[in-house]
Design a protein around this ligand. Structure first.
Ligand code: TPP
Ligand code: DXP
Ligand code: MG
Length: 620
C-alpha cells in the first residue's frame, strides 16, 4: 500500500482517511520527522510531541481560513508536512529550503512568523479580532507550550483576550518541559490541575445533566456558564484560565487521536474563548528523545540508531560556564541568571555546583534583566546569560533597570552574530547596535576563549554600571601564531604604517587574518585594528586608523547604528581624510549554515579578501 503520508498534499486530504488511518499517518509522520532531523538537525522532541494534535487540528479545522498560530514555531514540522510542504521537508533549515519555523512568506498556511516565545496568544487574538471586525468566517487557534506560558506576553494576551471573540481557541500543549523542566509557580499550578482529570468529567456530567432537566436545565446551564467566578468556583473548582474569561477544557491526553478529534469538534461550537489543556510527552515515539527531551529539544545531526550526536565540540558557551564556575568558587557574590536557556548558555554545571546562586527565570528575559538589577542593588554580582536575539526583549530593562540605576550587572550575550540554521528570528545581529545607544554600558567582543575569560573578568571587576561580553555560537576560529592579545581595548596586527587599515571585532578577526596571509603573499600591506572593547571605542584604535588612505570596517552585525558607523564618525572627528568602506549586515538574514551565511554576506575570509582587493584595484 502506498504510504498514507504521500496521499496528503493539503489538509483537506485528511478527510479521506479513517481514524485508524489517521493514527497510521501519525506513525509515518513521526518516522519522517526523526529521519529529517537526524539529517539536518532541528527541533526533534517538541515536534514529536504534537503529531496527533496537529493532525487533529487540520482534520477538524479548515486552514488557511481557520488560522493556526504556533508559539515559538519550533514544533510546526507536522503542520508543514500536512500543508503542502511534505516534499520539501527534507530541505528544512537548509539554505534555500524550508524555514525551521512558520513563515508567512513560505505558505498561506503560516499566518504569523515565529521563533521567539510567548507571542502566539497576542497574534492570534489580533487575527480573531480582525475576523470579527471584517465579518470574516473561521476560527483562530493559538498553540502555546507550558514553557512559553512562563513568558509575560502570554499573560498580557490572555488578560486582553478572555472576553472577546467566540472563534478564538488557545491550546495549552503541556509536556512539563521548557527546554529544561518548566519552572515557577505556573509550572506548579499546571501540575496541580493535571492531577485532577476528574474536573472536566465532573463539569461535563453536570452540564449534560442540567441540559436534560426539562424546562429549566438548558437555561440554568447557560446561566452557570456565564456566571461570575464565585458561583463557578463553588460548582467547578475554577481554574485561573476561567477566571481570566476563558472556558477551560482539560486536561486531555494529547496522543489520544479519537479523543482529540472529539474535543476539537466540540470546541468549535462553543460561543466563548476557549482554553484546551492538552498533555503530551516531549519526544513521543523516539525513546532517546523521550528519555532526554532537553538534549533532543534542538539537536544537530545525530545517528538515529544510537541517538548520539555526530559532532560534539567545545564552544564559547561551555567556556563561559567554566569561567563562571571558577569565578563563583572564589566570589560568593557572583550569581548566574538564565531565561530558560540553562543548557544553551553553558550553565548546567554552575546550576549543580551553586544551586543557591543559580536562577532560571523561565522564558522571561525582561524579568531576568530587572531581577539582575535588583540582585545588584542588593549587593550581589549578577551575571545574566541571555542569547543576543532574546535580549532584544530586555532593551528597556537594560536602560531603566540596570544602566540608569548605576548598578553593576554583567551580561553574557551568547549567540552574538550569525547563528545559522535557526535563521531570521534568531540572528544575533542587533545587540551591538542597540547596546551602542545605552549610556553607562561597556561592551566587549572577544574572538578567542582566553579573551572571553579576560573580558568577563574585566566586566565583573573593572567596569562601572552595565558591562556586556558578547560571543558567537560555536567555537573559536583560526588564530595566527603571532597574534598576542594585549588584554587592552584593542590590538594591532599586520603591517604597521600601511596605507590600508582593516578594522573589525569578534570572530571576523580570524577571517581578516586569513585574508591577510593571502595579501602578504601578494606583497599587499594591510594593518589590522582588532577592537576588543566595542563600546566605548578606544581613542587609541581611532588614532591607529586615522592616518590611513583607506579604512575598511567589517562587522558581523546590523549596519545601521552599529560599531562601524560609529567608528566612521569618530574617524572623521579625528581628522581622517581617506576613503572609508563599511561592510556590515543589511536587513534580516535567512537560514543557512553559519559558514554559508557569512559567505553570502561577504564576511568570511574570502569575502573580506575580495572586498579589500577589488576595491583597492578599482581605486588604482
Ligand atoms: C523569547 C524566547 N526566549 C527563549 C527562547 C528559547 N526557547 C525556544 S523553545 C523554548 C522552550 C519552549 O517550551 P514550550 O513552549 O513548553 O515548548 P516545548 O518545547 O516544550 O514543546 C525556549 C526556552 C525563545 N524561543 N524565545
Ligand atoms: C527554538 C529556540 O529558540 C531554541 O531552541 C533555539 O533554536 C536554540 O538555539 P541553539 O541551538 O543555538 O541553542
Ligand atoms: Mg513544553
Amino acid at each position: 500500500m502506498e504510504n498514507l503520508i504521500n496521499q496528503i498534499n493539503q489538509p483537506d486530504d485528511l478527510q479521506n482517511l479513517s481514524e485508524k488511518e489517521l493514527e497510521m499517518l501519525c506513525s509515518e509522520i513521526r518516522e519522517k520527522i526523526i529521519q529529517t532531523v537526524a539529517h539536518n538537525g532541528g527541533h526533534l522532541a517538541s515536534n514529536l510531541g504534537v503529531v496527533e494534535l496537529t493532525v487533529a487540528l487540520h482534520r477538524v479545522f479548515h486552514a488557511p481560513q481557520d488560522k493556526i498560530v504556533w508559539d515559538v514555531g519550533h514544533q510546526a514540522y507536522t503542520h508543514k508536512i500536512l500543508t503542502g510542504r511534505r516534499e520539501q521537508i527534507d530541505t528544512i533549515r537548509t539554505r534555500g529550503g524550508l524555514c525551521g519555523y512558520p513563515n508567512r512568506a513560505e505558505s498561506p498556511y503560516d499566518p504569523f512568523n515565529a521563533g521567539h516565545a510567548s507571542t502566539a496568544i497576542s497574534a492570534a487574538y489580533g487575527m480573531a479580532v480582525a475576523k470579527k471586525v471584517r465579518h470574516e468566517p473561521g476560527h483562530v487557534i493559538a498553540v502555546i507550550g507550558d514553557g512559553s506560558l512562563t513568558g509575560g506576553m502570554a499573560y498580557e494576551g490572555l488578560n486582553n483576550a478572555g472576553r472577546f471573540p467566540k472563534n478564538f481557541i488557545v491550546i495549552l500543549n503541556d509536556n512539563k518541559m521548557s527546554i529544561s523542566r518548566s519552572v515557577g509557580a505556573m509550572a506548579r499550578y499546571l501540575a496541580q490541575i493535571r492531577t485532577k482529570p476528574g474536573y472536566l468529567r465532573a463539569k461535563g456530567n453536570l452540564e449534560s445533566a442540567l441540559d436534560k432537566l426539562p424546562g429549566v436545565g438548558p437555561s440554568l446551564h447557560r446561566a452557570i456558564s456565564g456566571a461570575k467566578t464565585a458561583v463557578k468556583h463553588l460548582l467547578y473548582n475554577n481554574t485561573l484560565f476561567e477566571d481570566m474569561g476563558f472556558v477551560y477544557y482539560g486536561p486531555f491526553d494529547g496522543h489520544n487521536l479519537p479523543q482529540l478529534l472529539e474535543v476539537l469538534e466540540n470546541a468549535k461550537h462553543i460561543e466563548h474563548p476557549i482554553l484546551l489543556h492538552v498533555i503530551t510527552a516531549k519526544g513521543k515515539g523516539y525513546s532517546f528523545a523521550e528519555e532526554n527531551p532537553g538534549v533532543f529539544h534542538g539537536i544537530s545531526k545525530f545517528d538515529v540508531n544510537t541517538g548520539k550526536k555526530l559532532s560534539n565540540s567545545e564552544d564559547f558557551s561551555s567556556q563561559f560556564g567554566q569561567y563562571l564556575c571558577e569565578a563563583a568558587a572564589n566570589d560568593r557574590s557572583i550569581c548566574a541568571i538564565t531565561a530558560a536557556m540553562q543548557m544553551g548558555t553553558g550553565l548546567t554545571e554552575f546550576a549543580k555546583r551553586f544551586p543557591d546562586r543559580f536562577f532560571d527565570t523561565g522564558i522571561a528575559e525582561e524579568h531576568a534583566v530587572t531581577f539582575a538589577g535588583g540582585l545588584a542593588a542588593g549587593g550581589m554580582r549578577p551575571v545574566c546569560a541571555i542569547y543576543s536575539t532574546f535580549l532584544q526583549r530586555g532593551y528597556d530593562q537594560i536602560i531603566h533597570d540596570a544602566a540608569l540605576q548605576n548598578v553593576k550587572v554583567t551580561f553574557a550575550i551568547d549567540r552574538a552574530g550569525v547563528v545559522g540554521e535557526d535563521g531570521e528570528t534568531h540572528q544575533g545581529i542587533f545587540d551591538a547596535a542597540f547596546l551602542n545607544t545605552i549610556p553607562n554600558c561597556t561592551v566587549f567582543s572577544p574572538a578567542y576563549y582566553d579573551e572571553l575569560r579576560k573580558d568577563l573578568q574585566t566586566a565583573l571587576y573593572d567596569c562601572e554600571g552595565v558591562a556586556a561580553v558578547r560571543y558567537p555560537r560555536g567555537g573559536q576560529l583560526f588564530r595566527p601564531y603571532d597574534y598576542q592579545p594585549s588584554g587592552k581595548a584593542f590590538d594591532l596586527y599586520g603591517d604597521e604604517g600601511a596605507g590600508t587599515v582593516l578594522v573589525t571585532y569578534g570572530r571576523l578577526f580570524s577571517f581578516a587574518c586569513e585574508a591577510f596571509s593571502r595579501w602578504k603573499k601578494q606583497g599587499i600591506s594591510v594593518h589590522i585594528v582588532k577592537l576588543n572593547r566595542i563600546k566605548p571605542v578606544s581613542a587609541g584604535a581611532v588614532e591607529a586608523a586615522k592616518g590611513a588612505k583607506h579604512v575598511f570596517f567589517f562587522e558581523e552585525g546590523i549596519e545601521q547604528g552599529g560599531v562601524g558607523e560609529h567608528f566612521e564618525h569618530l574617524l572623521h572627528e579625528a581628522g581622517f581624510h581617506g576613503a572609508y568602506v563599511l561592510r556590515a549586515i543589511q536587513g534580516f538574514v535567512r537560514h543557512a549554515t553559519m559558514q554559508e551565511s557569512l559567505h553570502d554576506l561577504g564576511l568570511d575570509a574570502d569575502g573580506i579578501y575580495r572586498t579589500v582587493t577589488d576595491t583597492l584595484q578599482n581605486w588604482k
